[in-house]
Ligand binder design. Structure first.
Ligand SMILES: [Fe+2]
Ligand SMILES: [Fe+2]
Length: 529
């Protein structure tokens, strides 16, 4: 048996960084900015450290890091992340193999970043990378030069290493011609994909699905505005712009099979819908929201399945999900790995046997030092004469992120993505009112507001079974019963839209077990342990 771990999106941000010439005491992000973001910032180093502690405790020596290693690819944050990784390598012999995400670097010359940090008195102060170059996102080549030790180039002792372009690890041997959609603008871009055999019998396939494409008519390629952002493209962009990767993956899968190697693939982006398979309902309900917009298409899934790569780990969306796809061309499983700094925090431990893979999801609820920035949040609130945020007294990291999610649901998702009439209903109605709206008997319904049901809807959607730690068992039982009883209502009125919402909730509740399960290859039977 070979045991590995998978960590996604640690988004390391170094609060101890003192931006040169800024007068800032450190780099603590404000709670106001934290509350508006889908991830938290100041807690990232304690959470990544806790994830690596779990890895060490599980006796794992190989970690797949599914991209977004740092906050936004700033040099000080890359340095801090590498120091942490080096510490675990030295003390525990843990080797981290990485694939890039959209927050690790940008296009050829990077891009500017303007972020607020707290002064000692709780006053936020804007730091512009125009004034402090270290605060900018690095370009691809510059960032990869720093990150090259994370699997991107071979190490002495590797039993095999290759890239899609051969066995020369030099960056200038690993580029392809990126072409704008109209074919008029061309430039060389690095594809950092690689295959490594770090221990006998294990083939790790790191696919660089982070595709930056020049815009039509682009002239100054040092200008980040001249590129399409890879954030929403993911595997759709791979299909359109890095098709060479599919042929290489198919070749790798065939060789792995012939040589009896256990092949594990990972890339930053999901190759299957990681929202319980209901992202199309989400589009129907809310339009193209952040997550639904990023769901891969069936064409992507078919192309991926045809490569013969059957186990793939993804990050990016900070969700916990297991999705399967099967066509005549092939079949595979996409495991979406939660982030240590998004709701609900976790990582995966994978035991690879000759005939099956056993996958456990470990919760990062307990994180030593989770409250390191809480005093700063309280100072910030006091300075503004505002109430102390509930999150800043959370007893653990899991509760902090659960309370943070409540802020996000009301301040971002309901405010920006939901239709106004649904929001008004959610803000004033009870669960009994919802039952009546759906034509169900409301007698005996539990007494709580519809807003709480919506908060739990988001918990289940993002974290699957990890969310059950934050939702009382009788609530889960009630949701299951409600989703089973809810009628399918046609039309576009409130009853129809809330019936769709409950259909989606049912899919989130019925996801394949993603806390512990065993995956038998090639049958891809997922069962609870
Ligand atoms: Fe991320
Ligand atoms: Fe990402």
């Amino acid at each position: 048996m070979i045991r590995i771990a998978v960590i996604a999106d640690p988004h390391v941000h170094d609060c101890a960084w003192i931006p040169e010439g800024s007068g800032l005491p450190g780099a603590i992000r404000s709670f106001a900015e934290t509350a508006a973001s889908t991830r938290v910032f100041n807690e990232s180093i304690p959470a990544f450290r806790a994830a690596l502690d779990h890895v060490a405790a599980a006796g794992v020596k190989t970690v797949l890091l599914v991209g977004d290693l740092t906050d936004d690819g700033q040099r000080p944050n890359i340095r801090a992340a590498l120091a942490l990784v080096a510490d675990y390598r030295e003390r525990h012999g843990i080797r981290v193999l990485m694939t890039p995400g959209n927050h690790d670097f940008y296009a050829l010359a990077g891009r500017p970043q303007d972020k607020s940090f707290l002064m000692a008195d709780g006053m936020p102060r804007l730091l512009r990378s125009a004034d402090c170059p270290e605060a900018a996102t690095l370009g691809t080549a510059e960032a990869l030069a720093m990150l090259s030790g994370l699997g991107f180039t071979p190490e002495a002792g590797d039993l095999h290493w290759e890239s899609p372009f051969g066995t020369d690890p030099a960056w200038d041997a690993r580029s392809y011609e990126a072409v704008s959609p109209d074919g008029g603008t061309r430039c060389r871009m690095i594809d950092s994909s690689y295959l490594v055999e770090p221990v006998e019998g294990l083939w790790v396939l790191a696919v660089d699905a982070n595709v930056c494409v020049p815009r039509d008519g682009a002239r100054d390629l040092a200008d980040p505005g001249e590129f399409h952002d890879p954030t929403d493209g993911g595997w759709r962009a791979v299909l359109a712009h890095r098709a060479h990767l599919f042929a290489w993956m198919a070749d790798v899968a065939a060789r792995a099979k012939a040589k009896g190697k256990r092949l594990v693939a990972f890339s930053h982006y999901p190759a299957l819908d990681p929202l319980g398979g209901v992202s199309s309902e989400e589009v129907a309900l809310f339009g193209a929201t952040g997550l639904a917009r990023r769901a891969p298409t069936p064409a992507v899934a078919d192309a991926f399945a045809a490569t013969g790569v059957s186990l793939h780990f993804s990050g990016h969306l900070h969700v916990n999900d297991t999705a399967r796809h099967e066509t005549g061309a092939g079949r595979f499983v996409n495991i979406a790995v939660p982030s240590p700094v998004g709701y609900g925090p976790g990582l995966k431990i994978v035991d690879l046997y000759a005939d099956r893979s056993e996958i456990r999801t470990l919760s990062l609820r307990q994180v030593p030092g989770h409250d390191a920035a809480f005093a700063a949040y309280r100072t910030e609130a006091a300075r503004e004469g505002a109430e102390e945020p509930a999150a800043s007294s959370a007893p653990d990291h899991g509760t902090f992120l659960s309370r943070h999610l409540v802020n996000l649901v009301h301040g971002r998702y309901l405010a920006r993505e939901w239709p106004r009439d649904m929001v008004e209903f959610v803000r004033t109605a009870t669960v009994a009112d919802l039952l009546e709206t759906l034509g169900l008997a409301a007698a005996g319904a539990p007494a709580f507001g519809l807003n709480e049901l919506v908060e739990d809807w988001y918990r289940l959607r993002k974290a699957g079974e990890l969310s059950h730690a934050d939702i009382a068992p009788d609530r889960i039982a009630f949701y299951r019963d409600l989703c089973a009883r809810a009628p399918q209502i046609e039309g576009d009125g409130l009853p129809a839209r809330f019936s769709t919402l409950l259909r989606m909730m049912r899919a989130y509740l019925d996801r394949p077990p993603n806390r512990d399960f065993s995956l038998s290859l090639p049958d891809l039977v997922v069962r609870a342990l």
